[in-house]
Design a binder for this molecule. Sequence first.
Ligand code: DOR
Ligand code: ZN
Length: 329
Amino acid sequence: MTITIDAPLDMHLHLREGDMLRLVAPFSARHCAGAVIMPNLVDPIDSFEKLFRYRSEILAACQDHCFEPYMTLFFRAYRRKELELLKDHIIGIKLYPAGITTQSENGVKDFDAIEETLSLMQQMKIPLLVHGESNGFVLDREREFLVTYREIAESFPSLHIIMEHITTADAVAFLDEFENVSATITLHHLMITLDNVIGDLMQPDLFCKPVAKTPRDREALRQAVFGGHKKIMFGSDSAPHPRHKKECIGCAAGVFSAPVAVELLVQLFDEEGCLENLPDFISANARQRYGITPPQKQITLSRTPWQVPDDHGGVRSFYAGKTINWSVV
Ligand code: DOR
Ligand code: ZN
């Protein structure tokens, strides 16, 4: 049995820079037609020069693969002139609350001070991508941030807001309240709960922000995704860190899923008997919500098992050492 997918898209991807970029980019570029590239580099992408330099570095790292990097800017107070210059070269602007995750120190400290930029973004039809967590207790962070999502969605009714990597039943329900709000969901949050991270021996490979939540939350994500929710897009949040930064005191947050993402998604949808809903999740919903036309690219998978390597050049991927039933032909 085989399955063919048109233009798989990863709507939330960390590619890093330098050697790490060259190591990880081909894993996404070989299967995906495009991906939304996160701007949280050590020196965040927040200017025309940085954006173009980074885009060229990415294209070089993707070698001969046909792959569109949909670039994002790191949110700050942008002036109209800057956005006019940049808007045709970005898919959106990514907002991080200050200090909430990896390399987000320059994020937003005062949510009352961002209205002017949001208003410009709404006028210019630039989507707002958000890491939606408060500074509260770790399991409550996403739910607490819904207050902020609500304020923004109500104040800017035609601003396209994307709740990135949602992990809770509350966030799924929130999608029904506002037409202008979409969401991404990762592969790993469809598969794991907090028990997999810390319920037995602690698993640094599975530690990420937002952390995986309860079985009830995971069930809500699975029902929405496998049931064909039209406002939810696949965004892997694949976030590589070298093993010495994961397997140490002060483990970095991030799950590196790019090497297994497409194959495992096919496996999950197959197990749930809903392969017919995979094209929407992995491509069509993103095309529709963002209004993008990705490069033409088709990949075919067959039911051929393979074992995920333990290590990819000093980075350990999600599902390392385990067997996946589907391979890309
Ligand atoms: O786990 C995460 N890792 N969550 C994020 O939001 C950022 C990412 C990273 O850049 O490592
Ligand atoms: Zn991310």
